[in-house]
Design a protein around this ligand. Structure first.
Ligand code: APR
Length: 234
């Protein structure tokens, strides 16, 4: 049985119309990471951070899963139906809900989710589809202590124990649409090198030596469906 772990990054959602972080029109070209994506930045100016994530959250209803998201969901569905003798786990760095809306169920959001907040007073993590502001009361404890449930730089990514277990068990590790510059995700390929094959699907081929055995360049909506079709046709 093939046990596949797929790590996705912003590149898989780019053709759905969501910006990546470091590309030509990357989000970090117009915002400073330290102001937006750190606990210190949130403490310093919570309204600026809330507005950044409110804007991203407001974009979600207008974008839709693309052929790459749908291909991964179809592969997982085939495994559930017994039509493909494998197991698929998606570990995503993305905070959008496009994998879920494509139909994927076995999704681990290691950097949190845009459609969820976290109360820093009572710990409640309500689903949230509208705007949030520093004075928005928590639906649980009514304290104005809500923050985006996003993992910021300097914070521990979520579900790392489960992730370590899935990486240890896999025999194929696939990365799709990630620049491989942010750890710990960027180090996953090294942690599986002794027991799994590795593939990178990315628009741009990384300059210099890559830890991936196989690199498939091109847009994910073309390369990923071709790969999953090949797996299912075998
Ligand atoms: N198909 C395939 N790959 C693509 C496409 C596409 N259509 N468009 C862009 N890419 C590739 C780019 O070449 C780039 O290598 O996707 C990658 C996106 O890289 P980043 O913008 O750095 O996004 P990501 O790797 O997900 O960033 C990791 O950094 O800022 C933090 O928390 C944030 O989760 C994010 C993390």
């Amino acid at each position: 049985m093939r046990r596949i772990v797929v790590l996705t990054g912003a590149g898989i959602s780019q053709e759905s119309g969501l910006q990546t972080f470091r590309g030509a029109d990357g989000l970090w070209n117009n915002e400073h990471i330290e102001h937006i994506c750190t606990p210190e930045g949130f403490r310093r100016d919570p309204l600026r951070v809330d507005r950044f994530y409110n804007d991203l959250r407001a974009r979600l209803p207008a974008v839709h899963p693309n052929a790459a998201h749908l291909a991964l969901a179809a592969l997982e569905q085939a495994a559930r139906n017994g039509q493909w003798p494998g197991h698929l786990t998606i570990i995503t760095q993305n905070i959008d809900d496009l994998h879920e809306r494509a139909g994927s169920q076995n999704v681990i959001h290691m950097h949190g989710e845009l459609l969820r907040l976290r109360c820093t007073h009572c710990g409640m993590t309500p689903t949230w589809r509208t705007d949030c502001y520093p004075d928005t009361p928590c639906p649980g404890c009514h304290t104005p202590a809500l923050r985006p449930d996003i993992v910021w730089f300097g914070e521990m990514p979520y579900h790392m124990d489960t992730i370590a277990q899935r990486l240890a068990e896999c025999d194929l590790f696939v990365a799709i649409g990630t620049s491989g510059v942010v750890y710990p995700a960027a180090g996953f390929v090294d942690s599986v090198a002794d027991h799994a094959d590795t593939m990178l699907f990315n628009l741009e081929v990384p300059s210099g030596p890559s830890a991936f055995e196989q690199i498939i360049p091109g847009p994910a909506t073309r390369t990923v469906p071709a790969w999953t079709r090949d797996l299912l046709d075998r």
